[in-house]
Design a protein around this ligand. Structure first.
Ligand code: HEC
Ligand code: HEC
Ligand code: HEC
Ligand code: HEC
Length: 118
C-alpha cells in the first residue's frame, strides 16, 4: 500500500515538474529598458500574458527552445547591428510596434511617448 502511495506521489510530482519545465513562469515584476537617448520603456509580462492573452513565450522570445529560461533580448540585440542580428532598437520596434498595430487594440501604444515614458 505504501508503495502505491509513493508511486502516485512521484507521478504527480513529475507531472507538475514537467509542466513547469515546458512553460517556465514569466517574471512577475515590470522590466525597465533604457537605451542611450530616449526615456526608459516599461514592459509588463503580466499585462501581456493576462490582458493581451499571449500564452507562448516564443511569440517574443523567438530563439527560446523551451529549456531553462528565455534570455533577455539585449543579450543578443545590442546597441549596434551585429552581422545578422539587428540592433535592439530595430528589433524592439519591429516586434512591439508591429504587434500593437496589428492588434488594433487602442490600449496597445504605437506613439513614441506612450512607450518611452519619462
Ligand atoms: C511599442 C513601444 C515603443 C514605441 C511606440 C516606440 N518605441 Fe522606441 N524603443 C522601444 C523599445 C522596447 C526599445 C529598446 C529599449 C531601449 O533601448 O530603450 C526602443 C528603443 C529606441 C531607441 C534606441 C535607444 C535609445 O534610447 O537611444 C530610440 C532612439 C527610440 N526607441 C526612438 C523611438 C521613437 C522616435 C519612437 C516614435 C517614432 C519610438 N521609439 C516608439 C519601444 C518603443
Ligand atoms: C510580449 C512579449 C513577451 C512575451 C510573450 C514573453 N516575454 Fe519575457 N521578456 C520580454 C521582454 C521585452 C523582456 C526584456 C528583455 C531585455 O531587457 O532585453 C523579457 C525578459 C524576460 C526574462 C529576463 C528577465 C531578466 O531580468 O533577466 C525572462 C526570464 C523572461 N522574459 C521569461 C519569459 C517567459 C518564461 C515567458 C513565457 C511564459 C515570457 N518571458 C514571455 C518579452 C516577452
Ligand atoms: C540568442 C540570441 C537572440 C535573442 C535572445 C533574441 N534575438 Fe531577436 N534575433 C536574433 C538574430 C540572430 C536575428 C536575425 C534573424 C534570425 O536569425 O532569426 C534576430 C531577429 C529578430 C527580429 C527580426 C528583425 C527583422 O528585421 O526581421 C526581431 C523582431 C527580433 N529579433 C526581436 C527580438 C526580441 C524582442 C527579443 C527578446 C524578447 C529577441 N529578439 C531575442 C537573435 C536573438
Ligand atoms: C504579440 C503582441 C504584442 C507584442 C509582441 C507586444 N505587445 Fe505590448 N501590448 C499588446 C496588447 C494587445 C496590448 C493591450 C493590452 C490591453 O488590452 O490592455 C499591449 C499593451 C502594451 C502597453 C500598455 C500598457 C499599459 O499600461 O497600458 C505597453 C507599454 C506595451 N504593450 C509595451 C510593449 C513593448 C515594449 C513590447 C516589446 C518589447 C510589446 N509591448 C510587445 C500586444 C503586444
Amino acid at each position: 500500500m505504501k508503495k502505491v502511495v509513493m508511486l502516485v506521489a512521484m507521478v504527480a510530482f513529475l507531472a507538475v515538474a514537467s509542466v513547469a519545465f515546458c512553460n517556465p513562469a514569466a517574471p512577475a515584476g515590470d522590466i525597465s529598458m533604457k537605451g542611450a537617448k530616449k526615456a526608459a520603456v516599461n514592459f509588463s509580462h503580466k499585462l501581456h500574458m493576462e490582458e493581451a492573452k499571449i500564452s507562448d513565450c516564443k511569440t517574443c522570445h523567438h530563439k527560446f527552445k523551451g529549456e531553462g529560461e528565455p534570455q533577455k533580448c539585449d543579450s543578443c540585440h545590442k546597441e549596434k547591428k551585429d552581422g545578422k542580428t539587428p540592433k535592439f532598437k530595430d528589433a524592439a520596434h519591429k516586434q512591439c510596434k508591429g504587434c500593437h498595430k496589428k492588434s488594433g487594440n487602442k490600449k496597445a501604444p504605437t506613439k513614441c511617448k506612450a512607450c518611452h515614458k519619462k
